[in-house]
Ligand binder design. Structure first.
Ligand code: 5RP
Length: 225
Protein backbone atom coordinates (compact mmCIF):
# COMPACT_ATOMS: atom_id res chain seq x y z
CA UNK A 1 0.00 0.00 0.00
CA UNK A 2 2.85 2.36 0.82
CA UNK A 3 4.57 1.48 -2.45
CA UNK A 4 1.35 2.10 -4.41
CA UNK A 5 0.94 5.55 -2.88
CA UNK A 6 4.60 6.33 -3.64
CA UNK A 7 4.23 5.15 -7.24
CA UNK A 8 1.20 7.41 -7.72
CA UNK A 9 3.18 10.39 -6.38
CA UNK A 10 5.90 9.62 -8.94
CA UNK A 11 3.40 10.62 -11.67
CA UNK A 12 3.65 14.22 -10.34
CA UNK A 13 7.43 14.33 -10.79
CA UNK A 14 8.85 16.05 -13.88
CA UNK A 15 12.33 16.47 -15.26
CA UNK A 16 14.27 19.38 -13.76
CA UNK A 17 12.25 19.55 -10.53
CA UNK A 18 13.67 20.22 -7.08
CA UNK A 19 11.95 17.83 -4.69
CA UNK A 20 11.47 17.82 -0.94
CA UNK A 21 12.18 14.29 0.24
CA UNK A 22 10.23 13.17 3.29
CA UNK A 23 11.19 10.77 6.05
CA UNK A 24 9.84 7.36 7.07
CA UNK A 25 9.06 4.03 5.46
CA UNK A 26 6.52 5.39 2.94
CA UNK A 27 8.78 8.23 1.87
CA UNK A 28 11.56 5.63 1.52
CA UNK A 29 9.50 3.88 -1.19
CA UNK A 30 9.21 7.19 -3.03
CA UNK A 31 12.98 7.73 -2.80
CA UNK A 32 13.68 4.24 -4.11
CA UNK A 33 11.31 4.77 -7.07
CA UNK A 34 12.91 8.16 -7.70
CA UNK A 35 16.31 6.46 -7.76
CA UNK A 36 15.05 4.01 -10.39
CA UNK A 37 13.75 6.89 -12.51
CA UNK A 38 17.06 8.73 -12.15
CA UNK A 39 18.90 5.64 -13.39
CA UNK A 40 16.53 5.73 -16.38
CA UNK A 41 17.48 9.32 -17.21
CA UNK A 42 15.29 11.56 -14.99
CA UNK A 43 17.13 14.66 -13.76
CA UNK A 44 15.97 16.01 -10.39
CA UNK A 45 17.49 17.46 -7.24
CA UNK A 46 16.41 16.47 -3.74
CA UNK A 47 16.24 18.36 -0.45
CA UNK A 48 16.24 15.72 2.32
CA UNK A 49 14.27 16.21 5.55
CA UNK A 50 16.51 14.02 7.71
CA UNK A 51 19.93 12.37 7.88
CA UNK A 52 18.22 8.99 7.27
CA UNK A 53 16.60 10.28 4.10
CA UNK A 54 19.86 11.83 3.01
CA UNK A 55 21.62 8.47 3.30
CA UNK A 56 18.82 6.62 1.51
CA UNK A 57 18.63 9.13 -1.35
CA UNK A 58 22.40 9.08 -1.79
CA UNK A 59 22.35 5.28 -1.95
CA UNK A 60 19.54 5.48 -4.53
CA UNK A 61 21.63 7.84 -6.68
CA UNK A 62 19.46 10.94 -6.21
CA UNK A 63 21.41 14.20 -6.36
CA UNK A 64 20.98 16.16 -3.12
CA UNK A 65 21.30 19.87 -2.43
CA UNK A 66 21.30 21.91 0.76
CA UNK A 67 17.97 23.70 1.35
CA UNK A 68 19.66 27.08 1.07
CA UNK A 69 21.11 26.22 -2.33
CA UNK A 70 17.65 26.68 -3.86
CA UNK A 71 14.90 29.26 -3.69
CA UNK A 72 12.27 26.87 -5.04
CA UNK A 73 11.09 23.43 -4.03
CA UNK A 74 8.62 22.35 -6.72
CA UNK A 75 7.12 19.39 -4.93
CA UNK A 76 7.58 17.86 -1.46
CA UNK A 77 6.45 14.28 -0.91
CA UNK A 78 6.22 12.88 2.61
CA UNK A 79 4.40 10.33 4.74
CA UNK A 80 2.11 10.91 7.72
CA UNK A 81 1.10 9.22 10.96
CA UNK A 82 -2.54 10.32 10.78
CA UNK A 83 -4.67 12.06 8.15
CA UNK A 84 -8.16 13.40 8.84
CA UNK A 85 -10.92 14.07 6.30
CA UNK A 86 -9.71 17.68 5.78
CA UNK A 87 -6.20 16.49 4.97
CA UNK A 88 -4.82 17.75 8.27
CA UNK A 89 -2.00 15.61 9.58
CA UNK A 90 -0.06 14.37 12.55
CA UNK A 91 3.56 13.83 11.58
CA UNK A 92 6.79 13.28 13.44
CA UNK A 93 6.60 9.61 14.34
CA UNK A 94 10.12 9.39 12.96
CA UNK A 95 11.20 12.54 14.77
CA UNK A 96 11.84 14.60 11.63
CA UNK A 97 8.89 16.96 12.08
CA UNK A 98 10.79 20.26 12.14
CA UNK A 99 12.72 19.73 8.90
CA UNK A 100 9.67 18.11 7.31
CA UNK A 101 7.53 21.13 8.14
CA UNK A 102 10.13 23.63 6.93
CA UNK A 103 10.39 21.84 3.58
CA UNK A 104 6.62 21.26 3.21
CA UNK A 105 5.89 24.92 3.98
CA UNK A 106 8.35 26.15 1.37
CA UNK A 107 7.31 23.71 -1.37
CA UNK A 108 4.97 24.86 -4.12
CA UNK A 109 3.10 21.59 -3.71
CA UNK A 110 3.07 19.34 -0.64
CA UNK A 111 1.77 15.86 -1.36
CA UNK A 112 1.31 13.23 1.34
CA UNK A 113 1.59 9.50 0.70
CA UNK A 114 0.25 6.98 3.18
CA UNK A 115 -1.28 3.56 3.52
CA UNK A 116 -5.02 3.55 4.14
CA UNK A 117 -4.54 2.71 7.85
CA UNK A 118 -3.45 6.33 8.44
CA UNK A 119 -6.95 7.67 7.73
CA UNK A 120 -8.79 8.88 10.87
CA UNK A 121 -12.05 10.69 11.66
CA UNK A 122 -10.29 12.92 14.21
CA UNK A 123 -6.58 13.44 14.88
CA UNK A 124 -5.08 12.37 18.19
CA UNK A 125 -5.05 8.60 18.60
CA UNK A 126 -1.44 8.71 17.42
CA UNK A 127 0.56 10.54 20.13
CA UNK A 128 1.26 14.08 18.94
CA UNK A 129 5.02 14.72 18.72
CA UNK A 130 6.23 18.11 19.95
CA UNK A 131 9.87 19.05 19.40
CA UNK A 132 11.36 21.03 22.27
CA UNK A 133 14.66 22.66 23.12
CA UNK A 134 16.87 20.73 25.54
CA UNK A 135 17.26 23.69 27.91
CA UNK A 136 14.84 23.38 30.84
CA UNK A 137 13.00 20.65 28.99
CA UNK A 138 11.22 19.53 32.18
CA UNK A 139 9.70 22.99 32.63
CA UNK A 140 8.67 23.13 28.97
CA UNK A 141 7.11 19.67 29.26
CA UNK A 142 5.14 20.83 32.30
CA UNK A 143 3.74 23.76 30.33
CA UNK A 144 2.84 21.44 27.45
CA UNK A 145 0.91 19.29 29.90
CA UNK A 146 -0.90 22.38 31.24
CA UNK A 147 -1.78 23.50 27.69
CA UNK A 148 -3.29 20.09 26.93
CA UNK A 149 -5.31 20.06 30.14
CA UNK A 150 -6.52 23.63 29.50
CA UNK A 151 -8.06 22.35 26.25
CA UNK A 152 -9.81 19.50 28.02
CA UNK A 153 -7.30 16.92 26.78
CA UNK A 154 -5.44 14.37 28.89
CA UNK A 155 -2.11 15.73 30.09
CA UNK A 156 -0.54 12.39 29.31
CA UNK A 157 2.89 13.16 27.86
CA UNK A 158 6.18 11.30 27.62
CA UNK A 159 9.69 12.28 26.66
CA UNK A 160 10.64 10.12 23.66
CA UNK A 161 13.40 7.59 24.20
CA UNK A 162 15.47 5.45 21.85
CA UNK A 163 15.25 1.66 22.14
CA UNK A 164 18.53 1.68 24.16
CA UNK A 165 16.91 3.91 26.80
CA UNK A 166 18.73 7.14 25.94
CA UNK A 167 16.68 10.24 25.17
CA UNK A 168 15.75 10.53 21.50
CA UNK A 169 17.52 13.52 19.95
CA UNK A 170 16.39 14.98 16.62
CA UNK A 171 18.76 15.79 13.75
CA UNK A 172 18.59 19.39 14.97
CA UNK A 173 19.69 18.40 18.49
CA UNK A 174 16.29 18.80 20.17
CA UNK A 175 14.10 16.48 22.27
CA UNK A 176 10.62 15.17 21.46
CA UNK A 177 7.65 14.97 23.80
CA UNK A 178 4.82 12.66 22.67
CA UNK A 179 1.36 13.82 23.78
CA UNK A 180 -1.31 11.17 24.09
CA UNK A 181 -4.15 13.60 23.45
CA UNK A 182 -6.46 10.85 22.15
CA UNK A 183 -8.96 13.15 20.36
CA UNK A 184 -7.91 16.60 19.24
CA UNK A 185 -11.18 18.46 18.62
CA UNK A 186 -9.55 21.81 17.81
CA UNK A 187 -6.16 21.14 16.19
CA UNK A 188 -5.50 24.79 15.27
CA UNK A 189 -6.20 25.97 18.82
CA UNK A 190 -3.93 23.31 20.27
CA UNK A 191 -1.19 24.07 17.76
CA UNK A 192 -1.33 27.77 18.62
CA UNK A 193 -1.29 27.09 22.37
CA UNK A 194 1.69 24.74 22.11
CA UNK A 195 3.68 27.04 19.84
CA UNK A 196 3.20 29.96 22.22
CA UNK A 197 5.25 28.11 24.87
CA UNK A 198 8.90 29.24 24.84
CA UNK A 199 10.99 26.10 24.39
CA UNK A 200 8.57 24.49 21.95
CA UNK A 201 10.34 24.37 18.61
CA UNK A 202 7.59 22.82 16.48
CA UNK A 203 4.56 20.57 16.68
CA UNK A 204 3.64 17.57 14.56
CA UNK A 205 0.32 19.17 13.54
CA UNK A 206 0.49 19.90 9.80
CA UNK A 207 -2.70 21.89 9.26
CA UNK A 208 -3.94 22.98 5.84
CA UNK A 209 -0.58 22.23 4.33
CA UNK A 210 -1.21 19.16 2.19
CA UNK A 211 -2.45 19.92 -1.29
CA UNK A 212 -3.21 16.25 -1.87
CA UNK A 213 -3.12 13.01 0.10
CA UNK A 214 -2.58 9.77 -1.77
CA UNK A 215 -3.65 6.65 0.13
CA UNK A 216 -2.42 3.29 -1.04
CA UNK A 217 -5.18 0.71 -0.57
CA UNK A 218 -5.34 -3.06 -0.93
CA UNK A 219 -6.19 -2.79 -4.61
CA UNK A 220 -5.22 0.70 -5.80
CA UNK A 221 -5.04 4.29 -4.59
CA UNK A 222 -7.50 6.79 -3.18
CA UNK A 223 -6.82 10.50 -3.50
CA UNK A 224 -8.02 13.13 -1.04
CA UNK A 225 -8.38 16.53 -2.88
C1 5RP B 1 8.65 11.15 10.27
C2 5RP B 1 7.26 11.21 9.76
C3 5RP B 1 6.80 10.10 8.90
O1 5RP B 1 6.43 10.61 7.65
C4 5RP B 1 5.65 9.42 9.56
O2 5RP B 1 6.08 8.95 10.83
C5 5RP B 1 5.12 8.23 8.74
O3 5RP B 1 6.07 7.23 8.70
P1 5RP B 1 5.83 5.87 7.90
O4 5RP B 1 5.74 6.23 6.46
O5 5RP B 1 7.03 5.03 8.24
O6 5RP B 1 4.55 5.27 8.41
O7 5RP B 1 6.52 12.13 10.01
O8 5RP B 1 8.94 12.21 11.14
Amino acid sequence: MKRRAAAEAMTLVADGMTLGLGTGSTAAHFIDLLGEAVRNGLSVKGVPTSEDTSRRAEAAGVELIEPDETTVIDLAVDGADEVDARGDLIKGGGGALLREKIVAAVAKRFVVIADASKKVAELGAFPLPVEIDRFAYGLTARRIREALVAQGLPGDIALRHRPDGAAFVTDGGNLVVDCRARRIHEPALLDGALKSIPGVVETGLFLRMAERVIFGTADGVEVLR
